[in-house]
Write a protein that binds this ligand. Structure first.
Ligand code: NCD
Length: 306
């Protein structure tokens, strides 16, 4: 039985296969409509979510299966003091697969060690968010036609943004990838990403604080929100929250074929006037997230696809 804790749990070949499957699902949704008849996914969300939880649920429903779960810690026995390990033992009796989001780094990993069903990490604290990465890779591959030979700019809260950590870890395995890391000094990527992921893999990267300076060289601009819930004090958050705002004027500096991605939710970091620009890909990205999660569920449940 396989779980998904980090994008590195899949080899590049397995990821390619998963993305091929997701692209086939996009083209032939009817073919997949009953592949999970009778199966259940449990969505165990100890932290707020709109897209990730509903996208998992939509993915399972699109495959003919059904959904159980909870959307907040308050509505689960966690509020009575039940441990994640006990909860997952219980859920293993009810469902065939589960997606768990938790504010504590490593909680889904703990669950996976006692679970009788595949566990998917749907975001653990400021650590990893592998299914957002599957979504991001599929979006980039679909929009640009490749996952190699690109300059990728990541902008905003690179310290606490788990989607950024997972995406960098996954992209360093493709050839010709360069990064421009755009953040205020206080929100730079954690040392383990800089040293153990980027430097260890001899990846070209630069760290800058001005978006205008970086934007002309990018093939992809990945914007992120400042992660309010992970700040220790409100003052720091307020100082940092509007540090970057991508608007039409800044987008004028970008290449004609540069795409803007964002895992969402957006707060102020992308002005709504950008939404109608053909380079704004963040709502397409949401749709790709459903295909990516459908492909993931089929893969982890080992459903035969012919
Ligand atoms: C992200 C997350 O939860 O990490 N959202 C998502 O899953 N699409 C990004 C964020 O909350 O800023």
């Amino acid at each position: 039985m396989r779980h998904l804790m980090s994008p590195l749990d899949f080899t590049v070949e397995e990821l390619d296969h998963l993305m091929d499957l997701a692209s086939d699902i996009e083209k032939n949704p009817k073919k997949y409509a009953h592949m999970c008849d009778g199966k259940k996914i449990a969505t165990l969300f100890y932290e707020p979510s709109t897209r990730t939880r509903l996208s998992f649920e939509t993915a399972m429903i699109n495959l003919g299966g059904s959904v159980i779960g909870f959307a907040s810690e308050d509505s689960s026995s966690a509020s009575k003091g039940e441990s994640v390990s006990d909860t997952i033992r219980v859920i293993s009796c009810f469902a065939d697969i589960c997606a768990m989001r938790h504010p504590k780094e490593g909680a889904p990993l703990v669950a996976s060690t006692v679970s009788k069903i595949p566990v998917i990490n749907a975001g653990d604290g400021g650590h990893q968010h592998p299914t957002q990465t599957l979504t991001d890779l599929l979006t980039i591959r679909s929009m640009k036609g490749r996952l190699s030979d690109m300059t990728i700019g990541l902008c905003g809260d690179l310290k606490f943004g788990r989607t950024v950590h997972s995406l960098i870890s996954a992209l360093v395995r493709y050839t010709g990838i360069k990064f421009v890391l755009i953040s205020p000094e206080e929100l730079q990527i954690p040392d383990y990403i800089r040293d153990d992921v980027l430097r260890a893999n001899h990846i070209e990267f630069e760290e800058v604080s001005r978006l205008e300076e970086a934007i002309p060289k990018l093939d992809i601009l990945y914007m992120t929100r400042v992660q309010k819930e992970r700040f220790f004090n409100e003052e720091d958050y307020v100082r940092m929250k509007d540090f970057y705002i991508l608007d039409k004027a800044k987008l004028k500096l970008a290449k004609e074929d540069m795409y803007v991605l964002h895992p969402l939710p957006r707060v102020n970091e992308i002005s709504v006037e950008v939404d109608n620009d053909p380079r704004a890909a963040y709502f397409n990205q949401v749709q790709y997230g459903v295909y990516a999660r459908m492909a993931l569920i089929l893969t982890l449940l080992e459903v035969k696809v012919c």
